[in-house]
Design a protein around this ligand. Structure first.
Ligand SMILES: [Zn+2]
Length: 322
């Protein structure tokens, strides 16, 4: 019995051991699955994470790149628009003109009424009794310099200095324009002054002139050269006034030649004129004739012809603002 009992006990022990071994094996399997699960869970985030960041970094650049060009494109126009506003600054003045135009156009030649009421006209009779050869910049920010005021030409036959003729016509023009209702501002009313071309432009800017007319006569080695023409600004630094100046210049030279009978040599665009480059208001420069041509020299120094010159310029100005 003792044997039998011990055998039974042994069998029971063996069964217990088997069950225990099975249990342990089962537990080990579970443990392995758990680890696998951890690995897979760990793998998932690592897959998600990288898949997100690359897609963002790829997605981000693309839209930003397309956006930036768009922004730059929109910015560029606004930069190029900047000149327009200043060009628009000129038209407003043009809109002021039509304010008194309907009655001004027809009677302009008769110089009746006050069609230029409310308009400021600058007159710059070119040169002065004594030249000033000190230098000044030809344009804002430019290293190039020119004489502050040159001596001008003089009558080859009459011997009269250009600066005198310029002032005589300028003063007659002042009277005519004042009669038409304009407010007239002059750079000089005598020959004994010392005002540089840059300073003359700045005077007109400060006066808020709607238009400036610079009055000159020309000279040439060839005595047969004759006729009148108009210089107009064409520099980049005067881009805001180039169009208006050209328009006014055309009206004035046509009216001038119609009244005086001078040969019309048209417009000449210039970027090298100190008096233009420093101007912020529309400006043009009439060359009324050649004092080196005998006929024109004698005409230009005569009071009657000077009156015609002034009348022609006044007509052109009234036409421009009409
Ligand atoms: Zn001159």
């Amino acid at each position: 019995m003792a044997l039998m009992a011990s055998k039974k006990d042994t069998i029971t022990v063996r069964k217990t051991i088997k069950s225990f071994v099975i249990l342990i094996a089962a537990l080990m399997l579970l443990g392995a699955c758990g680890q696998a699960a951890e690995i897979s869970t760990a793998a998932q985030p690592s897959q998600t994470a990288p898949s997100v960041s690359p897609s963002e970094s790829q997605a981000a650049p693309t839209p930003i790149v397309t956006t930036r060009p768009d922004n730059t494109q929109t910015a560029q126009p606004s930069v190029t628009d900047e000149p327009s506003p200043s060009a628009v600054t000129t038209p407003p003045k043009t809109t002021e003109k039509p304010a008194q135009p309907s009655s001004s156009r027809p009677p302009v030649s008769a110089a009746s009424g006050t069609p230029l009421s409310g308009i400021v006209i600058g007159i710059d009779p070119g040169h002065q009794a004594h030249a000033n050869s000190e230098q000044e910049p030809v344009a804002p920010g430019s290293d190039e310099t020119k004489k502050k005021v040159s001596s001008g030409t003089q009558g080859r036959f009459t011997g009269v200095a250009e600066y005198k003729v310029n002032l005589q016509v300028g003063l007659k023009l002042k009277d005519l324009l004042t009669g038409l209702g304009a407010e007239v501002v002059m750079t000089r009313e005598s020959n004994d002054v010392n005002i540089s071309n840059k300073e003359r432009a700045e005077m007109m800017n400060a006066a808020g002139a709607d238009l400036v007319i610079r009055i000159h006569c020309n000279g040439n080695d060839d005595q047969s050269v004759h006729g009148a023409f108009m210089l107009v600004p064409s520099n980049d630094c005067t881009s805001s006034i180039n169009d208006a100046s050209k328009k006014a210049g055309r009206r004035i030279i046509d009216a001038f030649c119609a009244v005086t009978g001078a040969k019309n040599l048209g417009l000449q665009a210039r970027s090298d004129q100190t008096g233009f480059n420093w101007s912020t208001v529309p400006v043009c420069n009439i060359e009324m004739g050649y004092m080196t041509n005998e006929d024109e020299d004698k005409l230009l120094v005569s009071d009657d012809y000077q009156t015609l010159c002034a009348q022609g310029i006044a007509n052109g100005i009234a036409d421009y603002f009409g």
